[in-house]
Design a protein around this ligand. Structure first.
Ligand code: FAD
Length: 334
């Protein structure tokens, strides 16, 4: 394998029901910077059924080329069919880097592709850079329980691959009317040869709260003492029209479901305002909220680590402060 044969940065464009996943647009922003530094093209790989019309969006968010597999067999995501298309495309055009969103689809696809290629895959990357002359991808992510940032390199194989969590990278502002090269691809896959079939899609009936989409997140930690005490967090969130977030210890205590957990093993959030109440500020929590616009911490311990990572810190007892805040905000917001 000669590394010179591999050129270009690619983003797998995740599509569902005719819409591109926001993380794919964020990755086009990150990919653009890598491609510019390397002076190579940025490509998007779009796989689906009836997806050609989405190419214009991929161009507007930064891509130079869009590789499209538009066939009925790709109507719904399946590991086998998508993996075969991506392998086909990668073997034919030889990109040096492929980025995927760390969504359930992206993680599934990237790991399947990595086992076949064979190459390395850095999962849940939070920072990306590239060496200008060698093209070596510098993919960083928290390691050893989040206590250090490890930069992972794939020195011997190409392409280099990474998954990146939603909301970590920034999408570029779309450039209306920007176009590029469309490369229409085809792979001969037959439904009768597919090992998996999607029989039915069952939608969840209870609506999950999406804390990663909220403008205001009021997060509570073990400092609230009990499930009963944690109700104060709900009260403040309701008053402000925000959603409830939590530390992992709170989730493990069973005070709230896992999809409210912020942090390394939870969700990454970037709200306009983030309240961290009764949360000590462990690194695994901080990595999930550090990019919030305004961080307000309440903790009774003046030496709590959270005060190193907030814009405003209030030293005091949450049980005294939250009721006062609710009372005052209610006056302001009527
Ligand atoms: P504590 O550390 O117990 O802190 C409670 C805080 O409340 C203290 O600072 C205390 O001073 C304050 N307090 C107490 N009473 C009051 C009061 N009345 N008023 C105001 N303040 C008060 N954690 C996450 O949150 N998210 C993750 O995704 C995550 N992933 C992890 C992954 C790994 C591999 C590991 C090893 C750990 C992970 N953790 C994660 C756990 C993390 O290390 C911490 O243990 C956890 O965040 C602590 O939760 P906490 O701050 O609620 O509790």
């Amino acid at each position: 394998m000669s590394f010179e044969d591999y050129r270009g940065v690619w983003v797998f464009i995740e599509e569902k029901e005719g819409k591109i996943a926001p993380v794919s647009l964020e990755l086009l922003g990150a990919g653009r910077k890598l491609a510019d530094k390397r002076k190579v093209e940025l490509g998007g790989v779009l796989i689906g059924d009836g997806v050609k019309n989405l190419a214009s969006t991929v161009f507007e968010y930064g891509a130079d080329t869009v590789y499209i597999y538009d066939q009925p067999i790709f109507k719904l995501y399946r590991t086998e069919s998508f993996m075969k298309a991506l392998l086909h495309c990668s073997e034919k055009h030889k990109p040096e880097i492929i980025l995927y969103g760390a969504t359930s689809t992206g993680k599934d696809l990237a790991s399947a592709v990595a086992t076949d290629l064979p190459t390395g895959l850095t999962a849940d990357t939070t920072e990306l850079d590239v060496e200008e002359d060698t093209g070596l991808l510098l993919a960083s992510r928290p390691a050893f329980g989040g206590n250090i940032m490890a930069t992972i390199l794939c020195k011997k194989y190409r392409p280099q691959m990474a998954t990146v969590r939603p909301k970590v990278m920034k999408a570029l502002s779309p450039e209306a009317g920007k176009t590029g090269t469309v490369v229409e691809e085809y792979i001969d896959l037959r439904e009768e040869n597919m090992r998996t079939k999607v029989l039915e899609i069952v939608r969840e009936t209870t609506k999950k709260v999406r804390i990663d989409e909220a403008d205001i997140v009021v997060a509570g930690g073990k400092g609230l003492g009990s499930a009963e005490g944690f109700k104060l967090i709900h009260q403040l969130a309701d008053t402000l029209g925000g959603v409830v977030g939590a530390s992992r210890d709170v989730v493990e205590a069973g005070w709230i479901e896992h999809h409210h957990q912020v942090g390394q093993t939870g969700v990454t959030v970037t709200p306009k305002i983030y309240f961290a109440i009764g949360i000590s500020g462990a690194i695994q929590h901080i990595v999930g909220m550090k990019n919030a616009g305004l961080i307000i911490a309440i903790n009774k311990d003046p030496d709590a680590a959270i005060f190193q990572s907030c814009h405003y810190g209030i030293v005091g007892d949450a049980f005294e402060i939250i009721p006062l805040m609710v009372q005052e905000f209610k006056k302001e917001l009527v």
